[in-house]
Design a binder for this molecule. Structure first.
Ligand code: ZN
Length: 159
C-alpha cells in the first residue's frame, strides 16, 4: 500500500489534472472499488478524494439532485491518506487501532452544519457536495442513522 500519497489523480477516471477535492472518513474506503485491502482503522485523519472538472460536475449533480454519493465508483487506489504505521515510525505511537468514531462524529456534525446553512450565500457548493457524500456514506455504513431518525419512513396511505 502506497501511503501518504499527496497528489492523487481523479479517483473516478484516473486523470492527473484534478479540479476539486473532498475529505471523507476512512471507513468510507469500504464503499470504494479496491478499498477492501486497505485497513481503514489504521488511517490517520481523513481520506482525500480528488475529481477532475468533468467528474466533479457529475458528482455534484449526483449529490445535490439525487442525494447520493459516488463512492462505489471511486478507486481507492487513487485516494490520498496517511496510514498509522507512518506515524508510528516517527512518533513511536501506542499500538492499537485508531479510534475513528470521534473523527466520524466531527465530520458528520460539520456536514450537518453545512446543510443547515445550504441557503446561505457564503455556503460553497463544494462544501454542500462534501457534506452529502459524508452523511450518505456514514448512513450506508451504518455509523449514522438516516433522515427520520432511523425509523421506517411512514408511507402515506390516503388513496
Ligand atoms: Zn475524472
Amino acid at each position: 500500500m502506497y501511503a501518504g500519497l499527496k497528489n492523487t489523480p481523479c479517483c473516478l477516471c484516473g486523470r492527473d489534472e484534478t479540479h476539486t477535492r473532498i475529505a471523507v472518513p476512512p471507513r468510507a474506503l469500504g464503499l470504494m472499488e479496491n478499498g477492501d485491502p486497505i485497513s481503514w482503522r489504521d488511517v490517520v485523519g481523513t481520506v482525500t478524494l480528488r475529481f477532475c472538472a468533468d467528474d466533479w460536475d457529475l458528482v455534484s449533480d449526483l449529490a445535490i439532485e439525487m442525494d447520493a454519493h459516488p463512492l462505489s465508483r471511486c478507486n481507492a487506489a487513487h485516494v490520498s491518506l496517511d496510514l498509522r504505521e507512518d506515524h508510528e515510525a516517527l512518533l513511536s505511537a501506542v499500538k492499537g487501532e485508531t479510534d475513528q468514531t470521534e473523527l466520524e462524529s466531527r465530520l458528520a456534525a460539520e456536514a450537518g452544519e453545512t446543510l443547515d446553512a445550504v441557503d446561505d450565500p457564503y455556503t460553497e457548493e463544494r462544501d454542500v457536495v462534501e457534506a452529502i457524500v459524508v452523511l450518505r456514506a456514514l448512513e450506508e455504513l451504518g455509523v449514522r442513522e438516516g433522515p427520520g431518525g432511523g425509523a421506517e419512513t411512514a408511507v402515506a396511505d390516503d388513496d
